[in-house]
Design a protein around this ligand. Structure first.
Ligand SMILES: O=C(O)CCC(=O)C(=O)O
Ligand SMILES: [Fe+2]
Length: 331
């Protein structure tokens, strides 16, 4: 961890990456995009409101990816994560940042929350931003968030922002998520049916968003069922918008029965019986767990959390082959 999470790694991958911006969304869940009919969305909300009717599939064993370890993730581990993502629409990885790094990142995040550097998470509804619970039908969210790079630009860097570990972790998570998306582009459709655009063509990496540090302050804080990118993020000219969400949990000691706070992933129609909204998996936000899922397809929610729940999230944009090539002219 120490050698990978050095200030130089941060400067190289993260601070110099001025292009990353906070995304326009998430948008309010809307009807009428692939795989999500209004009846399916209503059934999900009903299942969310009444946990008794929810049928859960067993969560997959996390893939060990050695993210944060001095050797870093191997090409094989990256490919395995891409395969799982392409087959199921999500993958769960066990990183190796270690308890000290995760605890350091968490204490930076908590300090930022306490210093009121975070603001209530928002939505875009009809082009206008709205914030917080009850503002968007079925899309309530109770988290407080900070856009890491935007904040660092404002305060003059990671040292001054007291967010050095968060920056280092962010650089590593972002490079890995990019590598996974790039590996996914190479997989044949038969291996990765859920790793494709709606027309079946491969998705190519076109960029990333700023990273979001989120704190659900406990007391039942939640985020109702939603899709992160329901409408292309208004980026038609560039790509399909955010296609992948990568979220790393920063909770060193998470008590599943007392803390709740699982990420509930509703399995997409291709992996669940048609229109049966009651099939989902739940992943608890244990520190060092990374989940990557399709930002434009996977309905998910954060179940009520009864202890402070911390995460770092970055979204990857993707487009068609030509859009991907434009992003990397030398490739
Ligand atoms: O923290 C999580 O598990 C997911 C949060 C989420 O869905 C979001 O921020 O869009
Ligand atoms: Fe989300």
């Amino acid at each position: 961890m120490a050698s990978r999470c050095s200030a130089r790694a941060f400067v190289r991958h993260s601070w110099s990456e001025r292009r990353c911006r906070r995304p326009a969304g998430p948008r309010r869940p809307a009807d009428g995009w692939p795989g999500l009919t209004s009846s399916r969305l209503s059934a999900m909300r009903a299942a969310s409101a009444d946990g008794r009717v929810l049928r859960l599939a067993a969560p997959p064993a996390p893939l060990p990816v050695r993210l944060g370890a001095p050797t870093g993730p191997s090409a094989k581990a990256t490919r395995r994560a891409a395969l799982a993502l392409g087959r199921h629409g999500y993958c769960v990885c066990q990183c190796a940042f270690g308890t000290a790094a995760i605890a350091a990142a968490a204490s930076e995040a908590i300090a930022l929350y306490r210093k009121k550097r975070m603001a209530p998470g928002g939505f875009v509804v009809g082009g206008a931003p709205v914030q917080g619970r009850g503002q968007a039908r079925g899309g309530n969210r109770d988290d407080h968030v900070l856009w890491l790079h935007e904040y660092l630009v404002a305060v003059g860097g990671p040292e001054r922002g007291e967010a050095r570990t968060l920056c280092d972790v962010d650089a590593i998570v972002s490079s890995f998520a990019q590598a996974v998306v790039e590996a996914l582009s190479e997989l044949p459709q038969a291996d990765a049916p859920l790793g494709r655009a709606a027309d079946g063509s491969p998705l190519y990496y076109t960029g990333r968003t700023d990273s979001m540090v989120a704190c659900y302050p406990g007391g039942g804080a939640a985020y109702g069922p939603h899709i992160d990118n329901a409408d292309g993020d208004g980026r038609e000219a560039e790509d399909y918008g955010r296609c992948f969400t990568a979220v790393l949990y920063l909770n060193s000691r998470w008590d599943e029965s007392q803390g709740g706070g699982a990420l509930r992933i509703y399995l997409p129609p291709e992996s669940a019986p048609a229109h049966d909204a009651r099939h989902a998996v739940e992943v608890y936000p244990h520190g060092d767990t990374l989940v990557i899922f399709r930002a434009d397809r996977i309905v998910h929610e954060v179940c009520p959390a009864f202890q402070a729940r911390l995460a770092l999230t970055v979204w990857m944009y993707a487009g068609n082959e030509e859009q991907g090539r434009k992003m990397r002219p030398s490739a």
